[in-house]
Design a protein around this ligand. Structure first.
Ligand code: GLN
Length: 239
């Protein structure tokens, strides 16, 4: 049998990458390598063609300026990204890219930045920033992260939330919801990088990718001692 291998695409690594979000790609790569599973990584930026044979897409947060910089290119990639999302490709999109997987983000200057519209949500800038350490209750355990955004996100359907806020503001500071999940697409405000302190969530993404590609989601156990320690400490930090 040929060796199993997962192809990870890091979308807009230059423009959309703050608070360590690039780490999510490195963590997925490492967790596959530690289990003897092969990895291929592609970086897709403005003007680059999107590979068809992708298994996982990672995209991070960015300033409003980063979102403005990518908007025309994202419009070109929109149909393909929607098709891949409908076909069950696993995606983790954080903060600025989470907002742009929804319908649009309206900046504080009133500029409308269009998203790809896969996630049924919209975001509008507010005049306060929602900043600090976060803990969310999700079906994949407590997810510990860090948020920094002014955008307030509203889901069309609250049952699509990634989790419930235990500590922090989440989507908008009002409805107690954080993130959004549709098919295998996970959107969240959690930076950090979020996967560094949440190995069970990292493995959920990998299991979904392995199931889709190989119809087998068994993953060799990893000890995760340091990762869980890091999560415990971060969860106790002041906001
Ligand atoms: N510019 C967006 C906001 O402030 C996204 C910020 C981010 O990605 N951290 O809402």
């Amino acid at each position: 049998m040929s060796k199993q291998s997962i192809h990870i695409v890091h979308l807009y690594p230059k423009e959309m990458n703050i608070y360590g979000d690039t780490g999510n790609r490195i963590i997925l790569q490492k967790r596959l390598e530690w289990r003897g599973i092969g990895t291929k990584v592609s970086f897709v930026g403005i003007g680059d063609a999107f590979p068809e044979d992708v298994d996982v897409i990672i995209a991070g947060g960015g300033q409003d300026a980063g979102q403005i910089a990518i908007q025309n290119d994202l419009a070109e990639k929109k149909d393909q990204l929607n098709k891949l999302a409908e076909n069950g490709v696993v995606m983790l999109v954080v903060c600025g890219m989470y907002q742009l997987f929804g319908r649009h983000f309206i900046t504080s200057e009133g500029e409308v930045i269009n998203g790809i519209g896969f996630l049924p949500l919209e975001t509008k800038a507010s005049d306060t920033r929602l900043i600090g350490n976060t803990v969310y209750d999700t079906p994949w355990g407590h997810v510990v992260g860090y948020e920094n955004h002014s955008g307030l996100t509203t889901l069309d359907d609250p049952s699509l939330a990634f989790g419930q806020v235990i500590k922090g503001d989440g989507n908008n500071g009002h409805d107690g919801l954080e993130g959004c999940v549709v098919n295998n697409v996970f959107g969240t405000y959690s930076h950090g990088p979020v996967l560094s302190k949440n190995p069970q969530f990292a493995d959920e993404l990998l299991k979904r990718a392995m199931k889709r590609k190989y119809d087998d989601d068994t993953l060799q156990h990893l000890p995760d001692t340091l990762e869980n320690q890091a999560a415990d400490i971060a969860a106790k930090r002041p906001r």
